[in-house]
Design a protein around this ligand. Structure first.
Ligand SMILES: *[C@@H]1O[C@H](CO)[C@@H](O)[C@H](O)[C@H]1NC(C)=O
Ligand SMILES: *[C@@H]1O[C@H](CO)[C@@H](O)[C@H](O)[C@H]1NC(C)=O
Length: 493
């Protein structure tokens, strides 16, 4: 394309994207970035606790890939964006601080809540008359929202170019930065995709009904530039991607190739997407990767997020590919999923050290819950967090508390200990009782002298509870989109 006429549509989109509510964006984070050896301690007294060596909490600078290989074929390696196992591994100086990561996590949570309250109030994001209020969302100067935590590498085009994308269960559309970057592209590690160098790329025309499908996936009415459909998506803070809507061949593995995959070819992109090439949308809109590949995979995928940034996990598509084992406990999608593309769950309780916390069922029914691969820290309604915090502190009273870190208010100084023991935490969802969190899913580790309980309270009892990615570590999380259910299985990476 030629750059000149791009300024008009880009201008249009910069205005309209400010008018719409923020979609979810992704945050960085490498909670508990250490190599952690969790003893499986079956000793009676310690049945309800994990014991770890404090030294094992320290982050490793070398990658030790998981040796557990998933049995499915369509399986991609998952790495933490900033860890040594990632393609995108970069200088320490470029990685955000823990305080920044947690701040970005707050931005994501805010944007999720505004998207939810918009949808639940029956005001579609595409109705610009009703979006006026969102123009008041303060634009942060300087640093933009950092995004996402976990990445996978996928082949685009013919000849195939490998691109590393953040995968996100809270996003619908898949996009990658494309040449020519008419306005701007952020820095990415791999060469930027060039559609004109691919034999299999096709633009979608404005008159195509595929173009009109963008509204639900992006929340923005598509634009049109020289009869090519233009998409725009705005994330939390100032991150966005704008460009041509196209279709292209995607190659997951040599045997799993998808022609005509609809995606955003982003020519104007902003945000610290961590050097990644873009986003892989794994939410439930018809344009998401999951829905577009339903003929092959049946709307079924699972993942295992690695125990630390120096290990690997997997993202696997299709049934019979891990996740289908009998050990997986399923819960049906909740009503949050009726009106949004999020994966809504019904939380029914939390237990600490084998004892259920006294939380009234109305606490979780008032907030609703979603599971999100891009939110780092699990958010709970204030009453639920308060019960969790008390029980956790009680069980940990042998250890000295230390300064809070951003949104985390229960932090311990473990510097004087060789080993520490902490209570096991389990979640119950409707139909899936006692999903026991892995030992790596309890703390957010910054340094030995500041190890924090990785949960936070929502500001408001009506804000949605979010089952975040620290808590998902090492669990096999199974998404049966067609069957409208999500399952949890034992550690699979
Ligand atoms: C897609 O459409 C844009 C705008 O019309 C054009 O500049 C570009 O060359 C087209 N790309 C291809 C591969 O047709
Ligand atoms: C710490 O735990 C390890 C096993 O993980 C054990 O070998 C060691 O004796 C423990 N040290 C102390 C001081 O309890």
């Amino acid at each position: 394309m030629t750059t000149p006429n791009s300024s008009s549509f880009l201008g249009f989109f910069l205005v309209t994207t400010l008018l719409v509510f923020l979609s979810s964006s992704k945050k960085l984070g490498f909670a508990f970035a250490g190599r952690q050896k969790i003893e499986s301690n079956n000793h009676l007294l310690h049945h309800h606790t994990h014991t770890v060596e404090v030294s094992s909490l320290l982050p490793s600078t070398t990658c030790s890939p998981s040796t557990k290989a998933p049995n499915g074929k369509a399986s991609l390696k998952v790495a933490h964006k900033y860890g040594p196992c990632s393609q995108l591994h970069q200088d320490k100086a470029k990685t955000p601080t823990h305080a920044e990561i947690l701040q970005q996590d707050e931005s994501r949570v805010k944007s999720i809540n505004s998207r939810l309250s918009n949808k639940l109030a029956g005001r579609g994001n595409n109705d610009l008359r009703n979006s006026e209020a969102s123009t008041n969302i303060p634009a942060k100067s300087g640093s933009t929202v950092g995004t996402g935590n976990y990445v996978v590498t996928i082949g685009f085009g013919t000849p195939k170019k490998d691109l590393t994308l953040i995968f996100d269960t809270g996003s619908d559309i898949t996009w990658t930065q494309c040449e020519p970057c008419s306005k701007s592209c952020y820095q990415q590690k791999e060469p930027i995709f060039n559609p004109s160098a691919s034999n299999t790329y096709t633009n979608i025309t404005c008159s195509s009904n595929l173009c009109s499908k963008l509204v639900s996936a992006t929340g923005v009415t598509p634009g049109c530039s020289t009869s090519t459909c233009v998409y725009g998506i705005q994330y939390g803070d100032q991150s966005f991607s704008v460009g041509f809507f196209g279709k292209e061949r995607l190659t997951l593995t040599p045997t799993d190739v998808f022609d005509d995959f609809l995606f955003g070819c982003g020519q104007n992109n902003q945000g610290l997407f961590g050097g990644s090439a873009g986003l892989l949308g794994l939410a439930r809109d018809p344009l998401s990767f999951v829905q577009q590949t339903t003929p092959k995979y049946g709307g079924f995928f699972s993942y295992c997020l690695p125990s630390s940034s120096s290990s690997t996990g997997h993202l696997t598509f299709g049934k019979g590919s891990g996740g289908a084992s009998n050990a997986v406990k399923f819960t049906s999608l909740s009503k949050v999923s009726d009106s949004t593309s999020f994966y809504g769950l019904d939380t029914t309780g939390i237990s600490v050290k084998g004892t259920s916390l006294a939380i009234s069922p109305s606490v979780f029914s008032a907030s609703g819950t979603i599971i999100d691969s891009g939110t780092v820290i699990t958010r709970l309604p204030p009453a639920a967090y308060s019960a969790l915090k008390s029980a956790f502190r009680e069980a940990m009273k042998a250890y000295p508390l230390t300064d809070p870190l951003s949104i985390l208010d229960t932090c311990y100084d473990f510097s004087k200990y060789d080993n520490v023991s902490f209570p096991k935490i389990a979640f119950s969802f409707s139909g899936a009782a006692n999903v026991l969190l892995d030992g790596t899913g309890v703390f957010y580790f910054t340094k030995t002298s500041q190890v924090c309980l990785a949960f936070a309270a929502n500001g408001d009892a009506s804000d949605v509870a979010i089952f975040g990615n620290v808590q998902q570590k090492r669990l096999e999380v199974v998404y049966d989109v067609a069957g409208r259910r999500v399952g949890f299985g034992p550690a699979s990476c």
